[in-house]
Write a protein that binds this ligand. Sequence first.
Ligand SMILES: NC(=O)c1ccc[n+]([C@@H]2O[C@H](COP(=O)([O-])OP(=O)(O)OC[C@H]3O[C@@H](n4cnc5c(N)ncnc54)[C@H](OP(=O)(O)O)[C@@H]3O)[C@@H](O)[C@H]2O)c1
Length: 268
Amino acid sequence: MRALVTGATSGIGLALARRLAAGGYDLVLVARDGDRLATTAAELHATHRVAGEVLAADLTTEAGLTAVEARLTQETDPVDVLVNNAGMGLPPGGYLGNPVQTSLTLNRLNVDSVLRLTHVALPGMLARRRGGLITISSIAGFVPGTPAITYSASKAWTTAFGEGLHQLLRGTGVTSTTVVPGFVRSEFHQRSGASTAGLPDWLWSTPQTVAETAVRGFDRAAPLVVPGTVWRTGYGISRLLPRRWSRAAFARLMSRTARSTSRKGADR
Ligand SMILES: NC(=O)c1ccc[n+]([C@@H]2O[C@H](COP(=O)([O-])OP(=O)(O)OC[C@H]3O[C@@H](n4cnc5c(N)ncnc54)[C@H](OP(=O)(O)O)[C@@H]3O)[C@@H](O)[C@H]2O)c1
């Protein structure tokens, strides 16, 4: 079996690549930084004896998307599992405090690339009657986190899309698992310049926990998984509360990440 993982240079994507390699998957690693991907491919080959192809591509560009689409439709060494993981957040200021182009770029990565890559990957999987999709969404898709409302909206789309695929693919031998993490220690907040100093440790999951939950969920064809006990419980409770309460509580939480930071290096 072979999996293509987008956003495999860091965080959740890197953990997923490692977890899938440990399970015997050959990998196609996609992100912009080809050097980091090559280092990971070498590590996975040395550790697990799996093949690691590197495909450096910017998924917000037509050229990058076309290159990954071409790999997904390749008949030799076909891709059995597509992991749509690459994603970005909004800088402090959110939707209104940044140029509209920032949200449009976010949509290209968080929404359009998922839509397009899935569309080209599925026909081959359906013909082979095996494999499927792991889609990384976010708790932010359930309730809007202000001021980054276009990020939340992109993840609401992602969750609806992933769950919709699960229904659409029933009985085909191909499955779709959507993963809905809360806060995860990765490069995500650092990249968007958001401060996480106001958030307590117990709210955070590790990329490894997310990857483990994702792969286990995929193996049992679960439609949707929420990694981490805290977030799973919070998700369960929030569904029982009036929506205005969960909306207000989550907006307060997310506003703590809306401050900018000048910290260097990974956010951990
Ligand atoms: N961290 C969290 O708290 C959290 C919570 C819920 C959901 N998520 C979701 O989890 C997913 C992974 O995020 P993460 O937390 O692991 O963040 P991360 O460490 O910042 O990883 C993001 C990955 O996406 C790649 N990427 C970014 N822009 C790209 C582009 N234009 N084209 C191709 N690849 C691109 C990055 O690699 P390059 O820079 O090399 O391109 C990197 O590999 C995202 O969809 C995010 O929305 C994160």
